[in-house]
Design a binder for this molecule. Sequence first.
Ligand code: COI
Length: 367
Amino acid sequence: MSSVAGPRLSALRFPATPTTPTPDGQRAALLADPGFGRVFSDHVAVASWSAERGWHDDAVRGAEPLVLHPAAAVLHYAQEIFEGLKAYRQPDGSVALFRPDLNAARFARSARRLSLPELPPEDFLTAVTELVRLDAAWVPDPPATLYLRPYTVATEAFLGVRPATEARFAVLASPAGPYFSGREVGLTLWIDPELSRAAPGGTGDAKCGGNYAAGLAAQAVAREHACDQVLFLDAVAHRWLEESGTMNVLLVTADGELVTPPLGTILDGVTRRSVLEIAAGHGLTPVERPVSVEELREGARTGAITEVFAAGTAAVISPIVRFREPAGEFTVGGGEPGPRTLALRAELVDLQFGRVPDPRGWRVPVV
Ligand code: COI
């Protein structure tokens, strides 16, 4: 796959041009109950790219509407990628990111897959860091976080189908509470018998908006069946577990394995990876292998599978306790969140919020 990064003139600095900040009282009211994805901080980090100039016009500035030509390629051919990561308020008042290098590397991989210009990982990290520094007052107290949404869109005004020669990068910051508010007791997933999220050779392992748009119809079917989310099966045999609408899926077995579908057509999630890496400390052996829907159904019935959970930046670790499918429904672990799920979540969240030592150096202080 060829890269369309264009000439590299210099490392970006994202210099700040502060705007008038939201008054303290108004910001405090917004931070008190931000929900997910509805409240935005005062600034955005931005940079432009063109085939001639490479990356340029980097800045952190007021969050203003984006002006696009109606023919901008992203509006027609969905040439777009994004990321999701969070800034966490630490016990001493400082702010840290969690493994942002993994997001930076994945963003570059997604760019290659979508024929967008690759933002060098060090520039991705500078953009995110400078934005969080300027908008540090928007980082809420735990358990809420400042969710960061980097993205690149193709902006060239051209209706032919080829990689655009102009693009814009931006990072939004959005104070966020729980993604599945009120459903901490456990999620119910709809196992969709028809609709797929990704196929071999497709874009399933890239973080691009099109994957999520294509998942909305299955999510709507899930809602019709009173489910919180959909569990996608593979596109060929409709048999192998892939991932849920916005999260990776992991299973705990009675013989002490933490099993998750292998990479390929699913997203290489930062939370998925982190959980696999701390599993041994919880007496669990991490295993990446295909899991069939029959194994899930049968394992839930016999107790060979004791717990199932979802992992994602937005969703953190969310227990899954029930599955519905056209033939009926079944529960896992007696329909209650399992102890391994809760222990893994507690360790992960303690690491992110700086409440336990960080021997692997996953926390990256920014303020
Ligand atoms: C994330 O967990 O950061 C995601 O990207 C999920 C999002 C689509 C809500």
